[in-house]
Design a binder for this molecule. Sequence first.
Ligand SMILES: Nc1nc2c(ncn2[C@@H]2O[C@H](COP(=O)(O)OP(=O)(O)OP(=O)(O)O)[C@@H](O)[C@H]2O)c(=O)[nH]1
Ligand SMILES: [Mg+2]
Length: 319
Amino acid sequence: MFNNIPTVLTPKEIIDKCFSKASKIELPEERNWLMQVKTQCIDKVSTVESIAVSHLKKLVKKFPSTDHLHPFYLDMLDMAFDVDAYKMSLGKVQWSYRKIVELAGKAIKNLKSKDDASKMNAVVRQFYGRFVSIIEDLSEELDLLSKCRDHMKRIPEINADIPTFLIAGMPNVGKSSLVTALSTARPRVAAFPFTTQNISIGYLMLGLQRIQIIDTPGVLDRPMLERNEMERKAISALNRIDGKIIFLFDHTGTSGYSDESQEALYNEVVKETGKFVIRVQTKIDMDTGKREELAISTMTGDGLDRLKEEMQSTIGIDA
Ligand SMILES: Nc1nc2c(ncn2[C@@H]2O[C@H](COP(=O)(O)OP(=O)(O)OP(=O)(O)O)[C@@H](O)[C@H]2O)c(=O)[nH]1
Ligand SMILES: [Mg+2]
C-alpha cells in the first residue's frame, strides 16, 4: 500500500531534469527560420511543462489521501509528522502543477502570435522564470513529502478488513512463537516505528475465514507507566485495529516475570484497549500446573486446536 509511493525529487532535480531535456531540442525542419524558432520555443515550453507536471501529478496521485486512510495508518503517520501539513503540501503540489499548465498554455498562445525571434525567446525566458519560482517555492513541501515517504515505507502493512488477533503478554512469554505456530505460512516481519523490535504478522484460516494475527513486541508487553509518549501513541495506533487480543501468561518463571506482574499487565491491557481479551497459558510442556482454562505449548502443539476453536467462537460472537 505504501510501497509504490514514488521518490520525491528536489526542486533542483526537477528543474535540472526539465531544462536538460528542453535544451536538447534542436531546430526542427520548417518552411522558414522564423517558423523553426517558433516551433522550437513551443517545444521547449511544452517539454518543461510535461516533465514537471507528470512528476508532480504522480506525487498527488500516489501519496495516499488522508481522507481514505484507515485510522491505524493515520495514527501511525500522526506520530511522525503533522498530518495537516502533509495534506497541505499535497494541495500545494496540485496547485503548482495546475499553475504550470496554465502558464505554459499562455506562453504557447503568446508564442503563436509573435513574429519576431527575440520576442519569442523572451516569452520562453519569462515562462522559465515563473516555472523556476513555482518549483523553488515547493521546496519545503517536497522536503516534507520525501520524509513522509521514508516513514510510510516503514509502516507495517496490516489488513484492516479481516478479523484480527493481537498477541499480548510480557517479553519472552512466547508471543512470536505463537504467531509462527498458528500461521499457515511464515509470518511477515516488519519494523514497527518507535519500537526496537520487529512486528510479525501471520495469517491462518478458521473455517472459511481468513484470520490475521499480529505480534506486538514492545507494545503490549509492559505497563503503561514505563512508557514514553511515542510508545503510548504506538499503542493507541494499534488500538485502532478492530480486533481481539490473545494475552499470554507464562507461569513457568522462565520469562522472568512474576504472576503478579503479568496479571497487572493483563488488567491494564483489558482496561486500556477496551478489547475482548482471551487469556492463554503458554509453555505447558514445561509447566504442567495448569492454571488457565486455555493452555498451550507452541513446542508440542498442545492446546492449539482448542485455542483456534476459541478464536473462532470469539469472532462468531459479533460476526
Ligand atoms: N518450552 C517452551 N518454550 C517456548 C514455548 N513458546 C515459546 N518458547 C520459548 O520461549 C522463548 C521466548 O519465545 P518468543 O516467542 O520469542 O517470546 P516473545 O513473547 O515473542 O518474546 P519478545 O518478542 O521478546 O517479547 C523462546 O526461547 C521460545 O523458544 C513453549 O510453548 N514451550
Ligand atoms: Mg517476540
